[in-house]
Ligand binder design. Structure first.
Ligand SMILES: Cc1ncc(C[n+]2csc(CCOP(=O)(O)OP(=O)(O)O)c2C)c(N)n1
Length: 622
């Protein structure tokens, strides 16, 4: 059979299809997504869940004239495929290939860049009001998941949407899942709305039954209609949205083209904000993903037949070492509690959540709330360990400053995915945390060189009695044998790993690469001592200044942006000591928008891999 997908160059081609053809196209797209992601990795289960919904949106609406904003944006593969990027889809998440999230620079159909959750409603309202002020008449749509709707930003947007009442369409993709099963009172409410499906069906059956009764049938239906408003108030779902000033339509079967097209057409005609609740199945069409949607939320390359990972590397990840260490420490201290913002698996806390369900809190996609919630618990004597990816903790910057640091509250922050993050693109890079934490009063900022030090740092962080943040990268551990007992690292103490004349002061996961660099440079007659800094704050001032006093050249190395980072802290120390004469160089990452690619590719691009570091140091000497 000739492939329908070959004929689809733009959404205009989708509009020409019959329902039967749309069904065929959705199958072809699913197959393309599964085959591509099995090679490239990517957000498999979210994308398989929204194929029909995306096609129906493009069938009914007129992108890019109508603006479609994808919340998080991880579910945009079908949208990319039918908006002229099918031929580049094989290069999804590859260096110089397609980004896995909407990017304005890639296509006029991507009207808003996303990656972090819960922003679409605010952006859509902004665009809707702008449209109205400009006297234009296109549609603005926000597609948001039930997970995305747990984020505070989304709730703030709903608040204003209901107030402004501008024309705007919210498509709520309900699949019961965030990455893991969705949590919270909102989630419970949405589940209640969906269970209203039974009510809808019951209502239709009742009507058919009444119509069949001669004479009294129709009057009874009329009375029923009159009663409906009050029944609705008591039983009928959607009321909360309606009370907020947002028209509610749903629930809709999110894999049925006739239903989707019908409600999208209906929504088009409404002169105010409207929310359509679509029920979809995450992972639909690929059994392993359907059965384990969380494992396939963001999958690494996998074998299509079995669903098993293609990776041969059996080393544990930093996240899982972190999760196990939290468990070990929690066994001996019942004041320890662990928090995650919708990422129990990703942060390695899933085992902890099963072992200590009473001491684990998944707060939803709510990083700001997580930090203040932890502050409250800590002030009452608990010891919260808050595990949030470096990029997502950016959300809670004010809470870190205003609540945690000004009150000097002892909370341990575990910043996972710190440094360069592969494949997800600029929105997910964990490169700013050193900068945004370093200048907060009372905050201790540290990074381990390997998994053994990660364990000691977690123990130490609990002992310091101040807010303490510890970053570690995505991926597999270095592969050292961990010590059998914990030790507390004296606050601010660095570790000399190699003697030498000048100083290479390395931070976190750049410590071992810097050792390699120093060994290599010995061959060229460059002698560098290598120090594992451990702390970006407080710095080991005594040790650093001993090299300064001897007039040595100092290099700093960090996997984070240079401006305001670890090296900048060292520079500030030298300035305070009046050492403007010293030769000094910061090695790190520039402030710019990062390309999609693997860690190695991005490091090579910014000369932060071993050859790049060698090159930078050598040229500094010449
Ligand atoms: C601020 C922020 N925190 C955490 C994440 C990680 N994250 C990506 S997708 C996702 C779940 C989204 O769930 P939902 O919106 O329901 O979409 P679904 O995957 O179910 O389609 C999470 C927590 C994020 N992208 N942004």
């Amino acid at each position: 059979m000739p492939k329908l997908l070959d004929q689809i160059q733009s959404p205009q081609d989708v509009k020409k299809l019959s329902i039967k053809e749309l069904v065929q196209l959705s199958q072809e797209i699913r197959s393309l997504i599964i085959h591509t992601v099995s090679k490239t990795g990517g957000h498999l289960s979210p994308n398989l869940g929204v194929v029909e919904m995306t096609l129906a949106l493009h069938f009914v609406f007129d992108s890019p004239r109508d603006r479609i904003i994808w919340d998080v944006g991880h579910q945009c593969y079908t949208h990319k495929i039918i908006t002229g990027r099918k031929d580049r889809f094989a290069k999804l998440r590859q260096f110089e290939g397609l980004c896995g999230f909407p990017v304005r620079e890639e296509s006029e159909h991507d009207v808003y860049n996303t990656g972090h959750a819960s922003t679409a409603l605010s952006a859509a309202l902004g665009m809707a009001i702008a449209r109205d002020r400009k006297g234009e008449d296109h549609h603005v749509l926000a597609v948001v998941g039930d997970g995305g709707l747990t984020g505070g930003v989304a709730l703030e947007a709903l608040n204003q949407i209901g107030h402004q009442r501008d024309r705007l369409i919210i498509v709520l993709n309900y699949n019961e899942m965030s990455i893991s099963p969705n949590v919270g009172a909102w989630s419970r409410y949405l589940t209640y709305l969906v269970s209203g499906q039974h009510y809808l069906r019951m209502k239709d059956h009742a009507k058919t039954f009444l119509k069949a009764i001669p004479v009294v049938g129709w009057p009874l239906i009329k009375i029923g209609r009159a009663l409906e408003e009050s029944i609705k108030k008591t039983f009928f779902p959607g009321l909360l949205f309606e009370e907020l000033g947002i028209r509610y339509i749903g629930p809709v079967q999110g894999h049925s083209f006739p239903s989707l097209i019908e409600v999208f057409e209906e929504a088009k005609g409404y002169d105010g904000p409207v929310l359509i609740l679509c029920v979809t199945k995450k992972g639909r069409g690929y059994l392993p993903a359907q059965n384990k949607p969380a494992s396939f939320h963001s999958a690494s390359p996998f074998d299509i037949k079995t669903g098993g990972s293609k990776s041969q590397d059996k080393r544990p990840s930093y996240s899982s070492v972190f999760g196990e260490t939290v468990m070990e420490l929690a066994q001996k201290d019942d004041k320890i509690v662990a928090l995650s913002a919708a990422m129990p698996e990703g942060t390695g806390l899933d085992a902890f959540s099963r072992r200590f369900p009473e001491r684990f809190f998944d707060v939803g996609i709510a990083e700001q709330h997580a930090v203040d919630f932890a502050t409250g618990m800590a002030l009452e004597g608990f010891k919260p360990i808050v595990a949030i990816y470096s990029t997502f903790l950016q959300r809670a910057y004010d809470q870190l400053y205003h609540d945690v640091c000004l009150m000097d509250v002892p909370i341990v922050f575990a910043l996972d995915r710190a440094g360069i993050v592969p494949a997800d693109g600029p929105t997910h890079q964990g490169i700013n945390d050193i900068v945004y934490l370093r200048h907060l009063p009372n905050m201790i900022v540290m990074a381990p060189k390997d998994e053994n030090e990660l364990r000691h740092m977690l123990r130490s962080a609990l002992d310091y009695s101040h807010p303490a943040a510890r970053r570690f990268p995505k991926g597999k551990v270095y592969g050292v044998t961990p010590d059998t007992s914990f030790k507390t690292i004296p606050l601010g103490e660095s570790e000399l790993l190699k003697e030498g004349q000048d100083l290479l002061l390395a931070y976190g996961n750049l410590v071992y690469p810097c050792l390699d660099v120093a060994q290599e440079l010995e061959k060229d007659g460059i002698s560098l001592a290598v120090i594992n800094a451990r702390f970006a704050k407080p710095l080991d001032e005594e040790k650093i200044l001993s090299y300064a006093q001897a007039g040595r050249t100092i290099f700093t190395a960090e996997e984070g942006v240079i401006d305001g980072g670890f090296g900048s802290g060292v520079r500030e120390l030298l300035d305070r000591e009046g050492r403007f004469d010293l030769r000094f160089k910061r090695l790190g990452l520039p402030v710019e928008i990062y390309p999609v690619g693997s860690v190695d590719q991005i490091k090579a691009r910014f000369k932060l891999d071993t050859p790049g570091l060698i090159d930078q140091i050598k040229s500094f000497y010449t």
